[in-house]
Every structure is written in C-alpha cells, then in structure tokens.
Write a protein that binds this ligand. Structure first.
Ligand SMILES: CC(C)(COP(=O)(O)OP(=O)(O)OC[C@H]1O[C@@H](n2cnc3c(N)ncnc32)[C@H](O)[C@@H]1OP(=O)(O)O)[C@@H](O)C(=O)NCCC(=O)NCCS
Length: 325
C-alpha cells in the first residue's frame, strides 16, 4: 500500500451569480469584450461566506463522494491565496468545521498552482509517513481582493472551492507531479498583505492590497508553460497525448487554452473547460473541474488525466492521474 489515489472529490460554489451584464453596472465594460477576451460569461461571488466556509463544504462533499468519515482524515492541506486570516491556517478552521479532529492541518500558498502543489506535498508526506488519508482543498474568495473599479482585473475572477480525498492504496492513482516556480517574475501578479508599520520604521510603506496583474506577461508565461509542462509529464512517463482522456487546465482565460491546443495540435475537446461559468477561481479551479468531471461520470476506471496550472509566483505545475474510482 505505498501508492496514493484520489478516493473522492467535491466542490462548493457560492450561489450568487454575477453575470458580465451585471458588471456593466459597476465598471465600463460589456459582455462582448469580456467574452471575446476571456471566454468568461459569469462568476460566483460570496455574499459573506469566507474561504474556510466554502472549503469546509467542499471537503464534506469530497468525504461523502469517497464514503470516508472525517475522523479518518490524518492530514488537511488548504491551498489558498485568500485565507480567512494570517493565522490560524484556514485548514485548521476547516478541521474544526468538519470535525476532523485526528488530522494535522496547514495552508499552502502557491496561488493558482496551489492544488497541484498540495497534491505533491500530500502524496510525499503520505508515502513517507504512512499517512493513510488526507484532504487537499483549493479554496478562494478572490472577490475580497479585487478592485471593483478596475475593469482589467475585476471581470476575471470568481470565488469557489474544490477538494480531493487522497488515500494510500496498492494502485497508482497519482502517477506523477511536477512543480516549478519562477520567483524572478513575482511582481507580475500580486495581492499585498500588511504594511511594515512599527515604531522603528521611518516611512510606512504603502502596499497595494488589491489584486494587481500584468496581464500580458502572465498570458505569455501561461501559454508557454502549459505546453511545456504537458509535453514534459508525458515524456517522463512514456505516454503520448492519445493516452490521455482529459487535460484539466487551470481556468484563467479560454484564449490561453486555445493557444495550448493549437501548439499541441489537439482538439479543444481534449480540455475540460468551465471558465464561462466560474471565471478564474485560482487554486480552486482545477479541483472544481475534476469534481464536475466526476459528477458528470465522464471518467471510468483506468482513464488518465493531466491537470496543469500556473499563476502568481510565478508558480506552475502538472499532475498525471489515473482514475481508480
Ligand atoms: C487580462 C487579459 C484578458 C487582457 O486581455 P488583452 O486583450 O490583452 O487586453 P489588454 O490588457 O491589452 O487591453 C486591451 C484594451 O481592452 C481594454 N479592456 C481591458 N479589460 C476590459 C474590459 N473588461 N472591458 C472593456 N475593455 C477592457 C483595455 O483598457 C485596453 O484598452 P486600450 O487599448 O484602449 O488601452 C489578458 O492579458 C489575460 O488573460 N492575461 C492573463 C491573465 C491571467 O491568466 N491571469 C491569472 C493567472 S493565474
């Protein structure tokens, strides 16, 4: 039993839908502009729930899907760039909410690649320490970080959470994971935290607390990175694209996915895309997509998927999964 499989997946999406038309009442934009630039038609926005609330609901949904009791969970990782607080970790709040009192819990910050990083960390810890069951959750309330007067960013993002239950198993479900980061380019996508402001500071810095992005740079990074990572993980595992049933990309912009499909010379049907409904939900986008694929019964035992993500950091990662459910 020294392999790790996905035993269950789940999601939680805030019920409030904000369409492109609704955004026209807040900023100078229009549906045609947003749709043609990004593929996004609407996003779901929290009306009060914080990241831990939706993360907990996604976790309970994944536990139900895996038919596993919260008391059997040994490890909880929440990947998020929008935690409830600096401390405690959102994962500890989730632990309390779902009653997983036998687990240890911590957060992981790798922005939109966070779920893939989380899978990597959980898999390694489980194998090394004989941890039998873990929860990896990607959860974000990005709406609290957006400048709702800035049409170049506020139209792109949404709130949501997705989760996976990982289990030690004789089958190999999580076949391979690759993680990268390019810290030299960190300034291209930021959400500022607190200013340094203590009695010994001469001049208080003024950090921008809104999400700030150099869209063009991120676009270039994303398109190159997706293609590179898919090719790399296939090569490492002696596979070709025909062996893969679905590619689940981080949902940031449909044009990024179209670019990758063209470069890889494959149909867009190979990619699972739901950006039109949720916008970019950062660390939540990949587990939400996998949970939807499971809900729609699009995967059967033995099918293979590649999840691929990129984001602030600039981080990126890919994961090769065989479906064992
Ligand atoms: C953000 C992004 C959609 C911008 O697309 P773009 O077509 O390159 O747009 P630009 O920023 O060059 O702006 C072009 C014009 O559209 C305007 N514009 C931008 N957003 C707009 C909106 N929501 N509505 C109307 N007009 C808009 C700009 O003001 C600009 O006008 P100008 O030429 O008069 O100055 C694109 O760069 C992108 O998707 N980048 C990657 C973002 C990403 O994936 N981030 C998350 C990573 S995890």
């Amino acid at each position: 039993m020294d392999n790790v499989v996905i035993a269950g997946v789940g999601k939680s999406i805030p019920s409030k839908v904000v369409t492109n038309e609704m955004l026209c009442q807040i900023v100078d934009t229009n549906d045609e502009c947003i749709t043609s630039r990004t593929g996004i038609k609407q996003r779901h926005i929290t009306t009060g729930e914080n990241t831990s609330d939706i993360a907990s609901k996604a976790a309970l949904n994944a536990l139900e899907n895996a038919n596993i009791d919260a008391l059997d969970i040994d490890l909880i990782i929440v990947a998020t760039c929008t935690p409830d607080m600096f401390t405690p970790a959102t994962a500890c709040i989730v632990q309390k909410n779902i009653g997983a009192k036998n687990a240890f819990a911590f957060d992981l910050s790798a922005a939109c690649s966070g779920f893939i990083y989380g899978i990597n960390v959980a898999k390694s810890m489980m194998k090394q320490n004989n941890i039998k069951k873990s929860l990896v959750i990607g959860a974000e309330t990005l709406s609290k970080t957006l400048d709702w007067k800035d049409r170049s960013t506020c139209v792109l993002f949404g709130d949501g959470a997705g989760a996976a239950v990982l289990s030690l198993d004789q089958n190999e479900g999580i076949i391979d994971v690759i993680c990268n980061s390019k810290g030299a380019k960190w300034e291209n996508l930021t959400i500022g935290a607190r200013d340094i402001n203590n009695p010994y500071v001469d001049e208080v810095s003024s950090i921008n607390h809104y999400l700030q992005m150099n869209g063009g740079e991120i676009f270039k990074f994303a398109t190159v990175t997706i293609v590179k990572l898919i090719k790399e993980i296939l090569k490492k595992n002696n596979l070709i694209l025909d062996d893969i049933d679905y590619i689940v990309p981080h949902q940031a912009n449909e044009r990024i996915i179209q670019f990758a499909a063209k470069k890889l010379d494959i149909s867009m049907d190979k990619f699972y895309i739901n950006i039109h409904e949720y916008g970019n939900t950062s660390a939540a986008s990949i587990p939400i997509a996998i949970s939807e694929i499971e809900e729609k019964s699009l995967l059967k035992k033995g099918d293979k998927i590649i999840a691929v993500g990129f984001g602030a950091g600039l981080t990126s990662g890919a994961c090769l999964i065989e479906w064992t459910k």
